[in-house]
Design a protein around this ligand. Structure first.
Ligand code: AMP
Length: 249
């Protein structure tokens, strides 16, 4: 089995996001960037499946600017065999990403595509679903457990009511939840070895795919600052304030 894993470079989840002064977006210059967290789970799961002998090859793919290559290198350092970087300058929306991934899937012919359930920068939660529609492949989203069967996958998903277990035919698109596994760290020797693993560079313009944004971002603003709280002396004062000042009871 061959597994393709989509990894996106995003602002690190520990960074305090700052909005640009002209409200045109968020500051990305000199800001720590990392792999989108659920994409680390997607890579980890693919590596575990390979370690169990059920997969032969893992290909990590990223779509983005030059520096997005770092994300593929990290995937190679934790166990992916090969990398693909599709170069696109500027913002690339889920529809364009899924069209590019469709093109890569048609060339690479993987049995499974693993992705994150959501990118923490755009919070779209769309790319896996769009790719599934474009390829007409089954999808299992928000996977928190994956079991590889003969020609199917059994996937446990986190839904509002609890856990849902479904079976999907292979080939399939799986989007991974943070609860799926504990991603491993890349060791220094593996980071060094990853530098020698093959990484193919493709220009999105050579694929003939229109990556123009369909969404116009009008402005980005900081959320309103929270007002300072107050301390009340007793329950009677609290009830009085809730009734007469906040008017919520
Ligand atoms: P989104 O639909 O933007 O929330 O992204 C969902 C998932 O799609 C991510 O967790 C990634 O696995 C994948 N993805 C989105 N954008 C990219 C990108 N530019 N490069 C590689 N994978 C991506």
């Amino acid at each position: 089995m061959k597994i393709l894993v989509a990894v996106k470079r995003v602002i690190d989840y520990n960074v305090q996001i700052r909005v640009k002064e002209d409200n045109s977006g968020v500051v990305t210059e000199n800001v720590k960037m990392s792999t989108n967290p659920p994409d680390d789970n997607a890579i980890e799961e693919a590596v575990k499946i390979k370690e169990s002998g059920k997969a032969k090859e893992i290909v990590a793919v990223t779509i983005g600017e030059d520096k997005a290559q770092e994300t593929v290198r990290k995937a190679l350092a934790v166990g992916a065999d090969r990398g693909i970087h599709v170069k696109v300058d500027g913002l690339v929306e889920p529809l364009a990403v899924s069209k590019i991934l469709k093109n890569i899937v048609e060339k690479e012919k993987p049995d499974l595509v693993f992705m994150g359930k959501q990118a923490i920068d755009d919070d779209c939660n769309q790319t896996g679903q769009m790719l599934s529609a474009l390829l007409k492949w089954p999808q299992a989203t928000f996977a928190s457990k994956i079991e590889v069967k003969e020609k199917t996958l059994e996937v446990t998903r986190e839904v509002d009511e609890g856990l849902e277990t479904i079976e999907v035919n292979v080939p399939a698109i799986i989007t991974c939840d943070l609860r799926l596994n504990e991603p491993r760290y890349a060791s220094l020797p593996n980071i060094m070895k990853a530098k020698k693993k093959p990484l193919e560079l493709i220009n999105a313009t050579d694929l003939g795919i229109d990556t123009k944004p369909r969404i116009e971002q009008i402005k980005v603003e900081e959320p309103p600052k929270r007002k300072a709280g107050i301390k009340v002396a007793n329950v009677a004062e609290l009830v009085n304030k809730l009734k007469n000042e906040a008017k919520v009871i």
